[in-house]
Ligand binder design. Structure first.
Ligand SMILES: *Cc1c(COP(=O)(O)O)cnc(C)c1O
Length: 374
């Protein structure tokens, strides 16, 4: 079994993908051009936002968004202690100071209750992540941001079409960023990313930055971050299936929830009230992860740990001198989390086998009663 089988998705769209790739090659539409413009139009229409600026990958999108917010030296940016490092490394690269904040016990996202104690006179903004596809608590986070006059960037790399109270994530903050890395919910055949915003001046500035400050205008020094024509053409084909793929992800997650519901010492992911999770990852919490992971691996079931440490505890952030008690929730989660295989084309028999092998192991080791990962 594979953790994610990208080839199944390719086979399901093979004719369309092969022909669109062929047409990009015949037209030499490698950089910029029709497919890229179409993608920007299609993606912003899908989300209902005014502007989409395509770029090289989701990390570049974050960097461009942060630079667009106009970070100055000593500006502090609050972000979650639990994410992929792109979320925080780009704050430093854009010239700001990373200020980590703990996460919510049930939802893995930035905890609104912990944000305000990190706000100082130097705080300029917040980068929230809809981790694993779970919407962060955008209503409360936007309230806090408005009260303190802070900008908000949403990192939606794992949350295409996730919804918070009927509204897509990525439409709450000042700018939102997306990744189309092959394994993401909408994946290219290489690297690709974009940012979206309703503010025209942000869109203009981000585009300038991503294109060397404007071709032959060079109004500012920028970077080179573009979406290839090939990737745009591929994403245009795949985009029309994103809605149905997201539904399938949700169905698989419900199936796991049911099969794993009374498994001792295992907690299924909970969904925030009023939200629609996008299930980039299906992450359970267990007490004896090492043994369960090995047991599953012995049964040819691959699992991942996303991510093995909270960000403040990687060597890259040793300079901040943080200790586990600074981020008790994120630190605790890092030891318990395990991602089970979930992708739209996951065969039901595979899902059932993963769930049954997991539940059997937990029952054998922890008995039938006494459930929960506490
Ligand atoms: C994947 C990811 C990114 C970065 O995207 P790339 O396209 O790989 O650069 C950023 N943030 C989060 C939360 C991610 O999962």
């Amino acid at each position: 079994m594979q953790f994610i089988d990208l080839h199944r998705q390719y086979l399901s769209l093979k004719d369309q993908l092969d022909s669109t790739i062929g047409s990009v090659i015949s037209n030499s539409a490698f950089i910029g051009g029709k497919h890229v413009q179409e993608f920007e139009h299609n993606f912003s229409s899908l989300l209902g936002v005014k502007h989409c600026i395509s770029c090289g990958n989701g990390t570049d999108a974050l960097y461009l968004a942060l630079r667009t917010m106009g970070i100055q030296q000593d500006d502090e940016v609050i972000t979650t202690a639990h994410s992929w490092i792109s979320t925080s490394e780009t704050i430093t690269q854009a010239g700001g100071k990373v200020v980590f904040c703990d996460t919510e016990a049930d939802y893995f996202c930035l905890d609104p209750n912990s944000i305000e104690k990190h706000i100082t006179e130097n705080t300029k903004g917040i980068v929230v992540v809809h981790l694993y596809g779970q919407p962060a608590d955008m209503k409360r986070i936007m309230e806090i941001a408005n009260r303190h006059n802070l900008w908000v960037i949403e990192d939606c790399a794992q949350a295409h079409l996730a919804e918070y109270e009927g509204q897509y994530v990525g439409t709450f903050g000042d700018i939102a960023t997306f990744s189309f890395y092959p394994g993401k919910n909408l994946g290219a055949m290489g690297d690709a990313g974009c940012l979206v915003t309703n503010r025209g001046e942000y869109a203009d500035y981000a585009r300038l930055l991503a294109r060397h400050g404007g071709k032959n205008a060079h109004k500012i020094e920028g970077i080179n971050s573009r979406m290839d024509g090939l990737q745009a053409a591929i994403l245009n084909v795949k985009l029309t299936h994103l809605g149905e793929w997201t539904k399938l992800r949700r169905q698989h997650a419900m199936h796991y929830d049911t099969l794993l519901s009374d498994t001792p010492h295992l907690t299924c992911p909970s969904v925030r009230r009023g939200c629609q999770h996008a299930y980039h990852l299906y992450v359970v919490r267990v007490t004896d992860r090492k043994r369960l992971k090995k047991h599953l691996s012995d049964h040819d079931i691959p699992t991942l740990i996303n991510y093995p440490k909270a960000l403040p505890f990687y060597p890259a952030y040793a300079r901040l001198g943080h200790r586990p008690e600074d981020f008790p929730i994120a630190h605790g989660h890092a030891k318990q989390i395990l991602s089970l295989p979930l992708y739209p084309e996951l065969p039901t028999e595979d899902l059932v086998r993963v769930a049954e092998t997991t539940a059997d192991f937990q029952r054998t080791n922890f008995g039938r009663q006494n459930s929960g990962a506490a």
